[in-house]
Design a protein around this ligand. Structure first.
Ligand SMILES: C[S@@+](CC[C@H](N)C(=O)[O-])C[C@H]1O[C@@H](n2cnc3c(N)ncnc32)[C@H](O)[C@@H]1O
Ligand code: SF4
Length: 305
């Protein structure tokens, strides 16, 4: 499904070392600017003709739900209401994807979700939260806060589509291989679907040990995943293939005219294999990760070249 993603700002309450949204030096310092960015997104949603639109919408930061200023909270509630009124209520095959780190007091997020519930569209809302074993949480308290918020949400909103996304790093592969982390156990405990993301280059990512995977470890991991967690395998393949080509971005922070653009492709060169070089992400090889994924799919998960 095609997704139109509204990027409101890079402001965030966290500082993951690998963050693709950079060092946040462009984060807003004034509430007025944040309000203006929300207003721009709202006006853009209202100006579009959604009547024959078959895709979904996503509204993200940075982070949105940690904000405490009530003016910002009310403006975000109004923006979500606009998305629900113009898109979700008009067509029950569309969806709204929200992505959040859950490392905060989640009372405002719950207010947003209760509003969707009242409007009868909660089943069209997909809440994605991010969880990484390394370079995300400053300490164990943050990790526990995220996990307890996730458990609470699944209890309080049983019809909400909950997905947890983790970057497929070398550290994650090692944790699964050594039995320190189990995807199935996490899914069962937190009533969430688990998805994996291709690790991407950012300001600091290449300086982090254990972030980009070794090619052989990645391939062996995928071969095992195919057998042990076939749904997670399939979702990873889809996300690796389409995550960048099926998204248009409207960056209300930086683009005055709010033109949709596929920002990943604008900045990315093509490799010899025909894939964009965002897939050149092995720590020990220049090979294309997407080519390896396609090879595994073609060979039924049994062997690689
Ligand atoms: C930029 S964040 C914004 C939403 C929210 N702050 C969060 O972390 O969930 C959106 C997604 O990008 C992912 N992400 C950030 N840096 C990444 C990187 N270097 N490679 C792959 N995914 C990354 C995050 O894990 C998150 O799932
Ligand atoms: S929580 Fe999200 S936006 Fe914030 S630093 Fe981490 S990945 Fe980036």
């Amino acid at each position: 499904m095609k997704i139109l993603q509204y990027l409101l700002w890079t402001n965030c309450n966290n500082s993951c070392k690998f963050c693709i949204r950079g060092d946040k030096s462009d984060a807003y310092t004034k509430t007025e600017d944040m309000l203006a960015s929300i207003e721009k997104a709202k006006n853009n949603i209202l100006s579009q003709d959604w009547s024959s639109y078959k895709g979904g919408m996503s509204i993200i930061g940075g982070e949105l739900y940690y904000v405490e200023d009530r003016r910002l909270q009310l403006a975000l509630l109004d923006l979500m209401h606009t998305a629900s009124d113009t898109l979700l209520k008009k067509n029950d095959c569309t969806c709204l994807v929200l992505i959040t780190n859950l490392i905060y007091n989640d009372s405002f997020l719950k207010e947003v979700l209760h509003q969707f519930e009242k409007e009868g569209v909660l089943n069209q809302v997909h809440l994605h939260t991010s969880f990484d074993l390394k370079y995300r949480y400053k300490d164990d308290n943050d990790r526990q806060l995220m996990q307890s918020n996730l458990k609470d949400l699944s209890k309080e909103f049983p019809t909400l589509n909950l997905t947890t996304q983790t970057i497929l790093t070398q550290y994650f592969i090692d944790a699964v291989n050594s039995g320190n982390f189990s995807i199935s156990d996490f899914e069962d405990e937190y009533h969430t679907r688990f998805t994996l993301l291709v690790p991407l280059h950012s300001n600091l990512a290449s300086t982090l040990t254990d972030f980009f995977p070794k090619r052989r470890d990645f391939i062996n991991f995928l071969i095992r995943l195919y057998d042990t967690n076939p749904i997670t395998f399939r979702k990873f393949v889809d996300s690796a293939r389409y995550a960048f080509s099926s998204k248009d971005f409207i960056d209300t922070q930086n683009d005055k005219e709010c033109r949709p653009s596929n920002s990943v492709f604008v900045t990315s060169d093509m490799m010899k294999c025909g894939h964009y070089d965002i897939y050149r992400v092995y720590s020990d090889s220049d090979k294309c990760m997407l080519c390896d994924i396609e090879a595994l799919c073609q060979r039924g998960g049994t062997k690689f070249e």
